[in-house]
Design a protein around this ligand. Structure first.
Ligand SMILES: Cc1cc2nc3c(=O)[nH]c(=O)nc-3n(C[C@H](O)[C@H](O)[C@H](O)COP(=O)(O)OP(=O)(O)OC[C@H]3O[C@@H](n4cnc5c(N)ncnc54)[C@H](O)[C@@H]3O)c2cc1C
Ligand SMILES: NC(=O)c1ccc[n+]([C@@H]2O[C@H](COP(=O)([O-])OP(=O)(O)OC[C@H]3O[C@@H](n4cnc5c(N)ncnc54)[C@H](OP(=O)(O)O)[C@@H]3O)[C@@H](O)[C@H]2O)c1
Length: 443
């Protein structure tokens, strides 16, 4: 029987498991599947942990999530088309849930898919090698401290790419008298109450971690950008400065010559794609972008079409995109999709690469990624949903953010699956300190 190895049981790996279980439930013969997950539970990034650095098994801590994280995009734009929020929670819920609510939803679908027996938890993949018999996968059973080697016909890499921090060096940073950390290790704003915090970066982590520090009581927050400021209308006590040029004990100097004293520096400088278990000829090398070099349809390794990656792109869309990729991957493996020859695949990839290089703004990026999903869905029977609506909603959300960085999460959006407008949350996000699932679902 054909054997498939899935590496990682985060949302992308769970999409792959769901795609196969859906086929199985339709009476289709599916391959022998094993999913290796190095954590003791599924959910990937959504498994919040207090730990930093190494986990209880001495493995690098995977999740970069922090205590009071709320969805930064409307949940309607990531809603599974085969499992609506309403189906999971038994009612329509507001558009920007906190982390625990999203985790409940992701795990809820996985649990209903009857796939847990396919996942080997506490199993870390150490090496994947290709030889004439197929992919030889070396895995460590962390509990038993035992190394297993097993052959597979197909490998699906679903290990995420927001876990290994990109940590730049700044002149004099070693003399800084306060705390320096990367966003990957940020767990709670509590330690920054009453502090002056410098946040390096101008993307989602910077915006959200900086605001969270302010919301929970930091004295001031300064953002420092390399390319362009975020340019939102910030609350009192928050400002944006050009990139820092040097640090001298507690004083930081910026490109415009200004300086300020800080108690902490949080590097929200992004993440590195890292696949230490893959040899060079199978390894995706990329930064955080929409087109993934070397991947046909964003998933099939062009040099070896038995190797797939899911979820490796920069992410406007998340769970829906992972599903689209998973259904496509499944159907290639089940031989329901016949891949074109390599030259044709390369031409197709070049088109997407060139198109990305011409994108001028966020609105074009949203259209690009929606078209990418559309191109995948053409080939599979992933249940239809209103993708056009999500495009419109992403654009409306972007505008709402420009209007109010503190208020955009108080808006409601319409479900592309049930076509229902979501209710408005009972508390404004800036005032909502209790983000427990019970409190969120109340009312
Ligand atoms: C701070 C933060 C906030 C975010 N907020 C949002 C949000 O609000 N909304 C949204 O839609 N997205 C958000 N994201 C994006 C997030 O990446 C996706 O939601 C999603 O978690 C990606 O799923 P994934 O399965 O591709 O990767 P991950 O969630 O990273 O899961 C990868 C899995 O692979 C496992 N793994 C890794 N290496 C190995 C190995 N060698 N062997 C075995 N298992 C391995 C890991 O343990 C993990 O379980 C956020 C990301 C971050 C970092
Ligand atoms: N739910 C939430 O609210 C939430 C919160 C946090 C993160 N997330 C998710 O997490 C993912 C990762 O986001 P991210 O912001 O961590 O990464 P990111 O989007 O890749 O952004 C990285 C940032 O670091 C900056 N940077 C990189 N190297 C630098 C250097 N040497 N000096 C100065 N700045 C540097 C980049 O600057 P340039 O602009 O100059 O390139 C960019 O602003 C996203 O998918 C996001 O949606 C979500």
């Amino acid at each position: 029987m054909t054997k498939v190895c899935i590496i990682g049981a985060g949302p992308s790996g769970l999409s792959a498991l769901r795609a196969f279980s859906t086929a199985r439930d339709q009476g289709i013969q599916i391959p022998d599947i094993t999913c290796f997950e190095k954590q003791n539970n599924w959910g990937g990034q959504w498994n919040f942990t207090w730990r930093t650095s190494l986990d209880e098994n001495g493995e690098p801590v995977h999740s970069s999530m922090y205590r009071h994280l709320w969805s930064n995009g409307p949940k309607e734009c990531l809603e599974f088309s085969d499992y609506s929020f309403e189906e999971h929670f038994g009612k329509s819920i507001p558009s920007f849930p906190p982390r625990s609510v999203l985790r409940d939803y992701i795990v809820g679908r996985a649990e209903r898919s009857n796939v847990k027996e396919l996942v080997k938890f506490n199993h870390s993949v150490r090496l994947v090698e290709k030889d004439k018999e197929g992919f030889k996968v070396t895995v460590e059973d962390i509990n038993k401290k035992k190394v297993i080697k097993e052959y597979f016909d197909y490998v699906i890499v679903a290990t995420g790419h927001f876990s290994v921090p990109n940590v730049p060096e700044f002149e004099g940073i070693e003399t800084f008298t306060g705390r320096v950390m990367h966003a990957h290790d940020f767990r709670s704003a509590a330690e920054f109450i009453g502090k002056d915090v410098l946040v390096v970066g101008a993307s989602y982590s910077a915006e959200d971690i900086g605001l969270q520090c302010k919301k929970y009581g930091a004295k001031t927050v300064s953002f420092t950008f390399r390319t362009a400021p975020m340019g939102f209308i910030w609350p009192d006590g928050v400002d944006e400065r050009p990139l820092l040029t040097s640090v001298n004990r507690s004083t930081v100097t910026f490109r415009d010559g200004s300086n300020k004293n800080f108690d902490a520096i949080i590097l929200c400088t992004g993440y590195l794609h890292s696949f230490p278990f893959l040899p060079e000829d199978l390894r995706l090398v990329t930064n955080n972008r929409l087109f993934s070099p070397g991947l046909f349809k964003g998933v099939v390794w062009n040099d070896n079409t038995h190797l797939f990656y899911i979820g490796m792109q920069d992410q406007w869309y998340t769970f829906t995109m992972f599903d689209a990729e998973a259904w496509y991957t499944r159907d290639v493996i089940l031989e329901r999709i016949k891949l074109p020859v390599k030259e044709e695949r390369t031409l197709d990839m070049n088109k997407w690469d060139e198109r990305e290089n011409k994108l001028e703004d966020a609105y074009e990026m949203i259209d690009y990624q929606a078209d990418y999903i559309r191109a995948l869905l053409e080939f599979s029977d992933y249940p239809s949903f209103n993708l056009n609506l999500t495009q419109k909603e992403f654009k409306a959300w972007k505008k709402e953010k420009e209007k109010s960085i503190l208020g955009y999460r108080d808006k409601s959006y319409c479900s592309p699956v049930t076509n229902k407008q979501s209710p408005v949350h009972h508390t404004k996000w800036w005032e909502a300190m209790d983000d427990t699932i019970d409190n969120y679902l109340k009312g």
